[in-house]
Ligand binder design. Structure first.
Ligand code: AHG
Ligand code: MN
Ligand code: MN
Length: 341
């Protein structure tokens, strides 16, 4: 069969044997994410038509207002995985604590935990701009058959078994990795099937796009300020183009296809930046590395960071390898200058 006509369902079955552990559980898990993605996609597409836009009134643990679609996406992904008895634990950006599944049933054999940002870029919902879902999958580290503990979720990104995102954009795509490269599938909404449209996605080594919320420039560390000036300088293939959607998923997706760098640095207001290590940075870092890109906190590899709490934030620089390395050089140089005084 031509690779291009392959559906996500066929792809999952065909590649099941390449997983390290071939119990079929991971395949069932990705299948359940595929199903939830279609349900959320349907709702996202209706957002302009029905009175679903707006703030529920709740405030999530980060102190942000929850949009109705955040709640819907959160419930849909959690329900889909819980009801089908597929994972042993879920942690969500929208939940204060992790959820233990089947904790009363000593016979349950589920091995995987999922961490999820159910709706990324939620401030874009009411202006009809692309949003996404990000997921990250690990094998539990505590014994099978016992209730999950925090330890199962606080694993380094390098321990991820799979990660991916769904982008609800001009078309809806599911992009994921199980550690064997990155593949992208586009939803045909007429028949509700995802098709392999972007096999073996690769970040160009260098690019011409930089994505950062420059409104925060004044608060950025000196190294980031210097790198932004470097991007704007007229020299060689520069100046680069600035593109910032405000949905990590969408900015990442564009940069992976065209070549570019995404930055959410720390600032004088947020000492660890804004993005969450477990729900956003680690899964995107896994995808970036699998697509031959890079992800760093400015000094070290994102996936080497030892997590200490569920909702931990971290500075994030991610994208084309050469661009991330140059940004890191600017960070290091600025740090050296600051400490030499
Ligand atoms: P979320 O909607 O899940 O809270 O994530 C939004 C994140 C990320 O997707 C985006 O790139 C960034 O926040 C935008 O933040 P600023 O508005 O501060 O630039
Ligand atoms: Mn997010
Ligand atoms: Mn979110």
């Amino acid at each position: 069969m031509s690779q291009k006509n392959q559906t996500l369902g066929e792809f999952i079955i065909e590649n099941q044997s390449s997983f390290k552990y071939t119990s079929g559980e991971l395949s069932r898990l990705i299948n359940s994410i595929r199903l939830a993605a279609k349900v959320v996609n349907h709702e996202v597409n209706k957002a302009g038509l029905v009175d679903i836009i707006g703030t529920v009134g709740d405030t999530n643990i980060q102190g942000e207002d929850q949009q109705k679609l955040d709640v819907f996406a959160n419930e849909t992904f959690i329900k889909t995985m819980t009801k089908r008895n597929i994972v042993c634990g879920i942690a969500s950006e929208e939940e204060d604590d992790f959820i233990s599944i089947n904790s009363q049933d000593e016979n349950h054999q589920n091995k995987y935990v999922v961490l999820i940002d159910p709706l990324d870029g939620s401030s874009n919902i009411d202006v009809n701009v692309s949003v996404g879902t990000i997921f990250s999958i690990y094998r539990r580290v505590t014994p099978i058959g016992t209730p999950v503990t925090l330890e199962d979720f606080l694993q380094k990104g390098s321990q991820q078994v799979a990660a991916g995102y769904i982008i609800y954009g001009t078309s809806t795509m599911l992009v994921y990795t199980t550690g064997h490269g990155v593949n992208g599938f586009t939803l045909n909404p007429a028949i509700g099937t995802f098709y392999l449209s972007h096999p073996d996605m690769i970040f160009p080594e260098s690019g011409k796009i930089y994505s950062v919320n420059e409104g925060n420039y004044i608060h950025f560390p000196q190294g980031i300020k210097d790198y932004i000036k470097y991007c704007q300088m007229e020299e060689g293939d520069r100046p680069y183009t600035s593109r910032y959607i405000g949905s990590l998923v969408s900015d990442f997706h564009r940069n992976m296809i065209k070549g570019g760098i995404y930055m959410y640095p720390k600032s004088s207001q947020n000492s660890n930046g804004k993005l969450r290590l477990l729900y956003e940075c680690n899964p995107m870092a896994f995808l970036a590395e699998q697509a031959k890109g890079k992800a760093s906190d400015g000094f070290k590899r994102i996936m080497d960071i030892e997590p200490t709490e569920l909702h931990q934030r971290v500075p994030f620089i991610c994208g084309s390898k050469n661009m991330v390395e140059t940004a890191e050089e600017f960070m290091e140089l600025a740090q050296k200058k600051a400490t030499s005084f």
